[in-house]
Design a protein around this ligand. Structure first.
Ligand SMILES: Cc1cc2nc3c(=O)[nH]c(=O)nc-3n(C[C@H](O)[C@H](O)[C@H](O)COP(=O)(O)OP(=O)(O)OC[C@H]3O[C@@H](n4cnc5c(N)ncnc54)[C@H](O)[C@@H]3O)c2cc1C
Length: 307
């Protein structure tokens, strides 16, 4: 059912399928779903949910979430329509401010146009800018910058009926994790980098893109790396591979033959299959190497009762 928000252009959908919003192509329906286009829409949606005592969840491009087959309770706010950005040059730096739903690919293109180093780590990174801050998305290679932490100057967070500005240095940045900005919705992100063009940047980008294509199953539905690399310095993918789990399958969910830290949807997988495969991989690696792999992917929705 589709209902219309009074006094708002924004549509409020009831029982909205989220499967198409997840790069894994799994998951049930959101009880309610909306796609704000501006701050006012967001304030309205948050108030609407609060009045009804409903939990609120945020969804960027869905490239790092495992959405339950049983759907998501309350209101899911999809951020794709928050998609405007501006760039300017100031004191020798290229400064970009982007709303949360701007894709990383768009930001990469801006840095590329100026031949600046952030294009290197952004190359091939899926998802949007908001998701990039939440996950401190980046690459493992030893380059600078290598993750969002290195380019973010500030974020604006919408919390209840306020917009709060948080400087980048007040955010606690960790490997594929950030804190200190929550609770709330990351609405806008300010990023910058010194204007020091790298003449060989286009060539290096080609190389990075090629490496991704060669090492990752980009033709299949996935969520990228399922597990964080353990603090021991080993790679999760290598540990999973050494356990002989490449190609291991539960239902239509399968440990990729190309990259053992990817779980791919072979077509028609259920979120439950992926969840059970995640658990199987964890158990197997733990029993062989004594290391409990921590999922990088975020669980979303009704997961209570699953073992
Ligand atoms: C093929 C593939 C390759 C990948 N390679 C990499 C890689 O090299 N490096 C890497 O770091 N990641 C990688 N990823 C994972 C993923 O793309 C990143 O984590 C990305 O930053 C997630 O962004 P998103 O917009 O999809 O976030 P989502 O998946 O939509 O959300 C992730 C989490 O952030 C929350 N969230 C999202 N936006 C907001 C917001 N504005 N305010 C508050 N909370 C919010 C969501 O509720 C959820 O908990 C890959 C994924 C795929 C599919």
């Amino acid at each position: 059912m589709k209902t219309s928000n009074d006094n708002q252009n924004q549509e409020l959908h009831r029982n909205y399928p989220l499967c198409g919003w997840s790069s894994w192509k799994v998951g049930g329906n959101a009880d309610f779903f909306c796609q704000p286009e501006n701050k006012e829409d967001i304030f309205y949606s948050l108030k609407w949910a609060k009045k009804r005592n409903l939990p609120v969840h945020f969804l960027g491009r869905g490239t790092n979430v495992l959405i339950s087959d049983r759907g998501v309770e309350g209101l899911v706010i999809g951020l794709q329509k928050l998609n405007t950005y501006r760039e300017r040059q100031e004191k020798g730096r290229l400064c970009i401010r982007a709303l949360a739903g701007v894709s990383k690919a768009q930001i990469m293109q801006i840095f590329l146009r100026h031949k600046l180093a952030p294009a290197l780590f952004l190359c091939g990174l899926p998802g949007d800018v908001g998701g990039g801050v939440v996950m401190n998305a980046g690459v493992g290679q030893d380059i600078s910058p290598k993750e969002f932490k290195d380019i973010v100057d500030w974020v604006k967070v919408i919390r209840d009926d306020k917009v709060i500005m948080i400087p980048g240095e007040d955010i606690k940045w960790e490997y594929r994790f950030s804190a200190g900005w929550e609770p709330g919705l990351i609405y806008e992100v300010g990023m910058s980098w010194p204007i020091e063009p790298l003449p060989d940047l286009p060539l290096r980008l080609k190389d990075i893109a090629l490496k991704r294509t060669q090492s990752q199953p980009l033709q299949s539905a996935s969520c990228g790396s399922v597990f964080k690399n353990p603090l021991t310095g080993e790679k999760s993918g290598a540990l999973i591979d050494r356990c002989g789990l490449k190609g291991y399958r539960i239902g239509q969910a399968c440990v990729s033959n190309k990259h053992a830290n990817f779980i791919v949807n072979m077509g028609g997988a259920r979120a439950e299959d992926i969840h059970h495969l995640i658990q199987h991989v964890q158990r197997t690696v733990k029993s062989k190497y004594g290391i409990l792999l921590e999922p990088e992917v975020r669980y979303m929705g009704r997961w209570d009762g699953y073992t």
